[in-house]
Ligand binder design. Sequence first.
Ligand code: SF4
Ligand code: SF4
Length: 496
Amino acid sequence: MAEFETPALKPYPEIPPIEIGAMAHSKPYVAKEDLQQKIGFPGELVDNWEQVAIDKMGELVNNSRALRVFLDSCVKCGACTDKCHYYLGTSDPNNMPVARQDLFRSVYRRYYTLVGKYFPGLVGARDMDQGVIDEWYSYFHQCSQCRRCSVYCPYGIDTAEISMAAREIMDTIGVGQKYCNEIIGKAQTIGNNLGLPEPALADTLEGLEEDIEDETGVTVRMPLDVKGADILLVTPSADFFAEPHVDGLIGYAKVFHQAGLSWTLSSYASEAANFGMFIGSYENMQVLALRIREAALELGVKRIIFGECGHAWRVAYNFLNTLAGPFDFLDPNYPMPQHICEVTYDLLQRNALRMDPSANDDMVLTFHDSCNIARGSRMGNFEGGQFVIPREIFKASCNHFVDMPADTIKEATFCCGGGGGLLTDDLVELRVKGALPRMEALQQVVEHHGVTHLAAICAICKSQFSKILPYYGFEMDQVVSIHQLVSNAIQLGGEH
Ligand code: SF4
Ligand code: SF4
């Protein structure tokens, strides 16, 4: 199956002894010239790149007080060292969050601190050179920007921010990552990560409408580009075709149908994912955010709702208003943006959905809290809503649900291993090894509670699990969408 060894599942998580350089060989493909230029970066390594990189670093630390504080405040307490799934799965000490930060911090100290300038040896400061960039390219593409380490750091140092800054600097000198940059380019020109044009999208949606009608006898619409609809649904493009994502999309449509809500998808803004965040580029994030604004204006909608996608929700929740607002043309009675789980939860609270949880009795379910939702955003108007709301949807949709161990869920959730722009086949070894802590937690509830399925709320998590579950002896179809459970449980027919 692979040229590397899949880590063995252990009954209790173990902190592995370090193996220096164990993952030094892991590097994603570099973006070619055309991919770089398409999204505003140099096509190849620029002349005088060392100075360009140092200047960019200066610009970033000047613009972001948080980044400077993260770089200045680490006291080397060690609390983060065993918190990263990539360290736990690979044993490589450079995957300890503090060591990953130091790859960046050592260069920052050399050029932007007094002591580093005059006595570099005293503070481990080092020059920007080819060796630095090689290490950065490898290890800043071994960070899924999940923020788990920041939860355990007494200073709240967020390695994700440092990793985004490192990637932005690399893009600026012409050393970008193929997977992310290719996707950003496609989404900016065609409207979605898959490069799915409008006719193909319309065809797919029509096919799904037929499938639902065949299965339920009820006509449930999947509207596209309908002017005057109340709601614009922006969802990850994986929802249009991949399993189990598409079953989630069917679930959203059934919820809208039963609640009598008027909605539409947009072929212009047919992507919720925003990979600009993974490479730390606000300019690229903004291009996609503006497509959503333009689509909302063009269609004349009153609300914008996001489908199941972790980082898309983080971008939407944290940045959409800043990047593309004000959204003062929308109905102020609804949150902007709103998550599909918030919508379903609200309808459940008001008894507006007819649910039969026994429809999912063939499954014993557990839930993978996605990092970007758990630690990078929120749901609902109460603290911890991002943990409560999905679990309330489980309660309404199925009879058999059990959580994984407490130190692996909610705020402490482990990354699936494929987030942060790493969901590419050229990083499959990293993805498999980085999934180890989540797989060990899953194994525990499988053994002790007979769990059969793992539900997720993020397109990247679903794709990652479909790929890596078989490496650990599970089946790829053991991963499901939350709205797939809603779809199974909702009782259609008799709506007005
Ligand atoms: S943000 Fe996540 S992946 Fe990155 S160092 Fe921290 S724990 Fe590891
Ligand atoms: S927990 Fe925070 S302060 Fe401690 S070593 Fe890690 S990053 Fe530094």
